[in-house]
Design a protein around this ligand. Structure first.
Ligand code: ADP
Ligand code: MG
Length: 482
């Protein structure tokens, strides 16, 4: 039997406000437990929530960016459940009337085509506190610093058909919220996390299968593996005659398995009702227009512009525009490189990205600035140095030894383009390699291209990589003929 996977994601993006969604307490991450929870966050009697206006702007910004409908009115609702990290006994969320409804996200698939994934809705809600199990013996510690932190929950349609599509969708949302500067996207700190709803059905069947919900996945890699493992589990289960239960499951990265947390029946009686403490949010058309007019250039548009203006491939442009800071870096680099875009792109997505990755650094903390890299690219372009020597220059720049020109000068890395000097190198190598010369001259023409590599290698070695390879090749061909 052939199976088809169906996936819908619920992404929680923590909105990057200074204070909480309904109180003035700070949202700073990593403070001493319970130092940032005020009376409102603690749910003490006699206090009232007051909406943080910034949160509304941010949600609308997201809605507008994905071409969604922004309803005139949205309403906060109480989602009732009992848990120690939720002091009020309910979470303030939105239910029937979310602030953002129906939008679209374009994702790029591996085969180069694009696909549209529907966003059902995005709603505002407050985060809960955190339970802590380490260091409390048989007890559990509760840290309420996170209680009341604003979240935008972005719910997709069940439009994705494999784990790779889910990752592409999650990455695109991540990119958009960071471009909009409404979420810092820090997944380690939990500012961006997702629940993945996964089901399978026989290929060709119209109805969806029963889904399991994989909770709180906080890395792109985990989303992919967790979904794949869950799909395999469901298929095995059905093929053995069992059936999938609608339940919440936890992905355990250490054991590489998903396991049941709770079934939907016991968990899902939230008794939602409109929160009487909060007024509905009414949004005027002029407010939406204002936000629309202030939107920055978004990843899809930037990607297209890079393809058009810089002649980049779809792929390179996608890599460079996924992160706004990376795109800015590229544009600055190209400028410093007198407009040389292709080489700039290669160096950024190649050597620079690899070095940053290895050092576990972000583009913002790159030891090599965009101006410096551009300055080096300019010297490759004008033949001052070869691409190979540039690796040395790059490494020196990385180690703070100065800019490209200074390094080329102090280390004497200038490419030898003086024809006389190169001729001498070529003649020496030919004189010292009679066997190879004889072999070359006896070989048919189509084999000579490969044999010439030996001579080029020798010359580059002698010149410590500084001889201009093009000149070397041309001269060799002439000299080896005679
Ligand atoms: P709940 O409120 O119980 O979490 P929703 O109907 O809001 O349920 O759906 C939550 C998510 O589950 C959405 O992203 C939706 O696309 C996805 N989803 C719904 N049905 C399925 C299914 N059969 N298979 C996979 N995902 C699904
Ligand atoms: Mg859900």
């Amino acid at each position: 039997m052939e199976w088809e996977t169906v996936i819908g994601l619920e992404i929680h993006a923590q909105l990057a406000t200074k204070s909480k969604i309904f109180s003035g307490a700070s949202t700073t991450y990593g403070s001493e437990p319970n130092t940032q929870a005020c009376a409102v966050d603690l749910g003490l009697p006699g206090v009232l929530p007051v909406i943080n206006k910034e949160v509304v702007s941010m949600a609308v910004k997201f809605g507008v960016a994905i071409g969604a409908i922004i309803p005139e009115r949205s309403v906060f609702a109480r989602k009732n459940y009992f848990y120690p990290d939720l002091p009020k006994g309910y979470q303030i969320s939105q239910f029937e009337h979310p602030i953002v409804s129906r939008g679209n996200i374009e994702i790029e698939l591996e085969d180069g085509t694009t696909k549209t994934v529907g966003v059902t809705r995005a709603h505002l809600e407050e985060d809960a506190g955190k339970s802590m199990h380490d260091g409390f013996g048989d007890n559990t510690g509760i840290d309420l610093n996170r209680a009341g932190t604003p979240l935008l929950e972005i719910v997709s349609e069940p439009d994705m058909r494999n784990a790779k599509e889910a990752v592409a969708y999650m990455k695109k949302i991540h990119s958009i919220v960071r471009y909009l500067e409404i979420c810092d996207g820090n997944m380690q700190e939990g500012s961006f996390r997702c629940d993945a709803n996964v089901s399978v059905r026989p290929k060709g069947q119209k109805e969806y299968g029963t889904r399991a919900e994989l909770k709180n996945i906080n890395s792109f890699r985990f989303v992919e593996t967790a979904i794949n493992i869950e799909v395999e589990r469901q298929i095995d289960l059905i093929e053995e005659g069992g059936s999938v239960l609608q339940e919440t499951r936890l992905y355990d990265a250490n054991k590489n398995e998903t396991r049941s947390m709770r079934s939907k029946e016991e968990a899902n009686d939230y008794r939602y009702f409109p929160d009487p403490d909060l007024l509905p949010i009414d949004i005027e058309a002029s407010f939406i227009e204002q936000i629309k007019s202030e939107l920055p250039e978004l990843p899809d548009a930037k990607k297209q512009r890079f393809i058009n203006d810089f002649n980049l491939s779809e792929y390179d442009s996608g890599v460079l525009t996924a992160q706004k800071e990376m795109a800015d870096y590229f544009e600055t680099c190209v400028k410093a490189a007198n407009g040389e875009s292709k080489l700039s792109s290669n160096w950024i997505t190649g050597e620079l990205a690899a070095s940053l990755n290895k050092a576990n650094k972000d583009i913002n903390d790159s030891p090599v600035s965009a101006e410096m890299l551009g300055g080096m690219v300019k010297r490759i372009k004008d033949d001052t140095i070869s691409g190979k020597i540039a690796k040395q220059v790059f490494e020196a720049m990385w180690n703070a030894e100065g800019d490209a020109d200074a390094i080329i000068e102090s280390k004497g890395l200038k490419q030898v383009t003086d024809t006389g000097a190169i001729e001498k190198l070529v003649e020496d190598v030919i004189a010292n390699s009679p066997d190879q010369v004889a072999q070359y001259q006896a070989a048919p023409e189509e084999k000579q291209g490969k044999l010439i590599g030996y001579f080029v290698g020798q010359i580059m070695k002698q010149s410590q990589g500084k001889a201009n390879p093009k000149q070397v090749n041309e001269l060799l061909k002439v000299k080896l003929k005679s």
